[in-house]
Structures are given as C-alpha cells and as structure tokens.
Design a protein around this ligand. Structure first.
Ligand SMILES: *[C@@H]1O[C@H](CO)[C@@H](O)[C@H](O)[C@H]1NC(C)=O
Ligand SMILES: *[C@@H]1O[C@H](CO)[C@@H](O)[C@H](O)[C@H]1NC(C)=O
Length: 296
C-alpha cells in the first residue's frame, strides 16, 4: 500500500513536470539569439587553434564559418599558453573577447581535478565568494583583457562589445563580464558554453545587480562541466541558462531556464549523472574537438 502511494506521487510529479514544460519562455521576449550564439560558438572553437592561424584568421572551419575578423590579439597567460583572444568583426560591427578552456584531449583530467576552494571577491559588496582557481587564472590575463577592450573600443567606438568563452573559458568570460562592467564598459552580448560554476549565490546576486541585461549560459544535454563545482559545495550558477537537449536539423530544442530562485531543475540540472565529454565539446551542431585537430 505504501508502495502504491509512492507510485502515485511519482506519477503526479512526473506529470507536473510535463506541464511545467509549457512554461518555458522561448518567445520573442527572450533575447536569446541562436544565430548569434552559433557565431560566438565558432569564435570559441577558434580559440583552441594554434595562435599563428588565429592571428591571420586562417584556422580552418571555425574561421571560415565566421570569415570576418580583424585586429586579432592573443591573450597569453604566465605559462605562455593561449588563454583567448580579442578581435573585431566588421560585418557585424562587434568587438569580440573570447576565452579558451583546456584542450579537448585534457578536458577529462581537467574536470576531474576541479576543486571547490573559494576566495573572497573584491568587487562585490555582499561578501560574495568565487572559485579561487578560476579567478586567479583570470587575473593572470586581466591586464591584457582590459587593454584590448580599451584599444578596440577607442578604435571602433560604435561597435557592440561581445564576451564569450567555452568550458574554463566560460568561467574566465564571467570574470571578464564583471571586470569590464565595473570598469565602465557596456557589454552588449554575453554567451558562455559549458561553463563551470564560478561563485556562490551571493555572487549570482552580485552579477545580476551589476549586469541586469540578458546574458546566456548555454548548456548541452549531458555535458558534465556545468555541474562543477557542485551546488552542495556552495556554488551557484549565474543566470540565464539556455539548455539544449539536442540540436538536430529539424529539432533544435533550446529551453530558456528560470534560475531566479534556484538553478532550474528542468534544465541541465535534471541530469544527475553526466559524463559526456562529447556533449561538452559539441554545441550548436559543431564539435570543436574535431576541428581543433586540424588547426594546430
Ligand atoms: C597564416 O599563418 C600560418 C602560420 O604562420 C601560415 O602557414 C599561413 O599560410 C597563413 N595564412 C594566410 C592566409 O596568410
Ligand atoms: C595558464 O594556463 C594553463 C593551462 O590552461 C594553466 O595550467 C596555468 O595554471 C595558467 N597559468 C596562469 C598563471 O593562469
């Protein structure tokens, strides 16, 4: 009998979820722009290529899919590794700031090693904390990022400013969004892909307060990285998640999630056990792990 009652509760829960599905806002009031997101995803893919072919924009598929790019400058961290780049897209009149993650063949080692050590974050006024490792990685290139923003916004004063990044680069892009915003830059578009969590719930509130406009944290099906570091370790994603269950020619299933009060359990968080490195590298129909092999 007890079992039966549990069973009924389960059924009710499942059907309530099915109804919830209709609440997803993918209407015109959501500013999510899949065409733009796809362009930014190719910029992220390009960031994994050899700096020489990023600099002259000959990085095979990612560059040929987004053929307009001038004024490219690479961000290099203390160990002389490429951490991203900036550039100007004359066709769309956009200044692009892109952050790279770990190379695809090291991703599994990287995410298995993500720790949950936090540090206080100097900008915020509500005692928020951020993941220490991601923050220090960002600080290693912050001067280059701010200098690039300064140089490009004075050269192209009417251009829109776009920040994007994949994986660890998603975390770096979050820090860049905060730093550029508090330094007086107007960031027009922000899209990250497969980002880990960057800070705690006070950080979520802080980022929302300084940057209330639309910004998107794109996630894909069983990508494990958005689950790290874990919520039980005191981390909370920034909004707004745009979750893809799949991305097929005739079925591009994006859900704009609601993380106002807590992370939306109908999006990436519905998957309790996620281990697909492939889903982590494959966004919007393009798998960067394949492209990266031929652009080194
Ligand atoms: C870009 O640079 C790479 C490496 O230096 C070189 O092999 C390639 O020919 C260059 N491509 C163009 C289009 O200039
Ligand atoms: C530079 O990047 C590498 C690889 O992503 C990372 O292991 C290293 O800690 C970074 N160094 C700094 C100072 O950010």
């Amino acid at each position: 009998m007890k079992f039966d009652i549990l069973f009924v509760i389960l059924i009710l829960t499942v059907s309530a979820h099915a109804q919830d599905d209709d609440d997803f806002i993918i209407d015109s009031s959501s500013e999510y722009d899949e065409t733009a997101a796809t362009r930014y995803w190719y910029f992220c893919a390009a960031s994994y290529c050899n700096p020489n072919v990023i600099l002259n924009w000959s990085c095979t598929t990612p560059c040929s899919k987004t053929p307009y790019m001038d004024d490219v400058q690479i961000f290099v961290n203390a160990t002389n590794e490429n951490a991203g780049y900036s550039g100007y897209d004359p066709k769309h009149n956009e200044i692009i700031i892109v952050f790279r993650g770990t190379l695809p063949w090291s991703i599994k080692n990287w995410f298995e090693d993500i720790n949950y050590i936090k540090t206080s974050f100097p900008y915020c006024t509500n005692n928020c904390q951020v993941h220490r490792g991601f923050y220090y990685s960002y600080l290693g290139i912050q001067d280059q990022v701010l200098n690039a923003a300064k140089r490009l916004t004075s050269k192209y004063p009417n251009a829109k400013l776009v920040i994007t990044g994949h994986s660890l680069g998603g975390a770096l892009s979050t820090h860049a969004l905060v730093a550029l915003t508090v330094n007086g830059y107007r960031v027009d578009h922000y899209y990250s892909f497969g980002s880990p969590r960057v800070g705690d719930s006070a950080f979520f509130n802080y980022v929302k307060s300084i940057y209330p406009s639309a910004k998107f944290r794109v996630t894909h099906d069983h990508d494990p990285v958005p689950h790290l570091p874990m919520e039980v370790q005191g981390f909370h994603h920034i909004n707004t998640e745009a979750y893809y269950k799949d991305f097929l020619i005739f079925h591009k299933d994006v859900k704009i999630c609601n993380d106002e009060k807590k992370e939306d359990p109908r999006c990436s968080n519905q998957n309790l056990l996620d281990l697909s490195v492939d889903d982590h590298c494959n966004y919007l129909g393009y798998n960067l792990a394949i492209g990266v092999l031929v652009c080194q």
